[in-house]
Design a binder for this molecule. Sequence first.
Ligand SMILES: Cc1cc2nc3c(=O)[nH]c(=O)nc-3n(C[C@H](O)[C@H](O)[C@H](O)COP(=O)(O)OP(=O)(O)OC[C@H]3O[C@@H](n4cnc5c(N)ncnc54)[C@H](O)[C@@H]3O)c2cc1C
Ligand code: FES
Length: 370
Amino acid sequence: MYKRSLTSILEALTTPHRIDRYLELVHPMLAVRELRAEVVGVRREAGSVTLKLRPGRRWSGFAAGQYVQIGVVVDGVRHTRCYSPVDSQHRRDGHIELTVRAHPEGLVSQHLYRTAAPGLVLDLKPADGVFRLPEPRPERTLLISGGSGITPVLSMLRTLLDEGYPGQVAFLHYARDLEHVPHRAELARLAERPNLSWALAFPRKTPAVRENAGAGRNPESWATLEGRFGLAHLEAIAPWFAQAQTYLCGPPGLQESARELFARLRIGDRLHTEEFTPASFAAAGPAAGRVRFTGSGIEVDNSGAGLLEQAEAAGLSPAHGCRMGICMSCTAVKTSGCTRNLRTGELDSDPDRHIQICINAPVGDVAVQI
Ligand SMILES: Cc1cc2nc3c(=O)[nH]c(=O)nc-3n(C[C@H](O)[C@H](O)[C@H](O)COP(=O)(O)OP(=O)(O)OC[C@H]3O[C@@H](n4cnc5c(N)ncnc54)[C@H](O)[C@@H]3O)c2cc1C
Ligand code: FES
């Protein structure tokens, strides 16, 4: 017999609105169709804010290294951004923590850094992403991060330690200075683990580093390295790195150096990377034609840039998250014209196609529903 859930029966009664519309009036966390998370703890340190979230019932967990998208309302407008949970995937209390670096010009990160407080309710999307530890776990694991890229890598480290990982693991983190290393106190505690070696590396030498240089380990028990990423750092922290699987998340310069080195040593397939900021895309080619944003009646000359950038330059504010083709939150319907995918160079001339406007640029006349 055909069974209907209580939710769909109630929804039939509340048509034309979904039941969440009414439940939200009582409390946003009561929503049954949409996934939400309530901020239950806030910690500010090292230019970042760490939000402890209690996700709603529909949350099904994450694998270390993956990211979630959160929706945050700033000045009445909802913005979506990606953040990688920083805790172990085996955390027992069902909470997740996100560490958000306050980006100097950043809209959402600054807003959260300045205003986030317990009780704030955020939209949450299920965890996603292929940057994750493999099953079974590798025999040796090297984790490298730079700046805010520490989050997925620290999640991997915590997960491995929770699992009683029997292999060798090394963690190398690049930071501007000591004051910009979030979760420092915990990292110092982790250093006691026998099969873990870890180091903080400072590309620009600071007085604190000079003090500890040569000592090997400082009072907080980490090794310090100076200078930029390179073979010497890997040999210092993980001389076995060529037999390990390496997971790296950090700024484009660090990623490039690591890719070059691993390719030169013919172990490029052992390096797995995640980036938070868009790599520079290929140029879209000669700009010609007009771009019509049909949802808003605005038409502009094609500048050759991606459609998201052109829409923003025209005064529009399309929804977006990662700006690099990962999260799909910028998808819009291209009703006519040809676009070029800036990551792959592929052309697409089919009408009525859902495209990611952050990584597609118009080639000639294009109409898109924005
Ligand atoms: C998979 C993934 C995981 C991530 N995990 C984390 C994490 O754990 N922690 C973390 O701190 N961050 C993480 N990020 C980055 C995060 O999603 C945001 O990008 C970051 O917080 C900045 O958002 P914002 O709104 O503060 O900045 P935005 O306002 O989006 O601006 C960011 C920067 O881009 C510039 N910018 C803004 N608009 C434009 C434009 N039109 N053209 C060119 N430049 C522009 C700004 O000037 C600023 O410098 C992750 C990103 C991805 C893709
Ligand atoms: S903004 Fe994430 S895919 Fe376009």
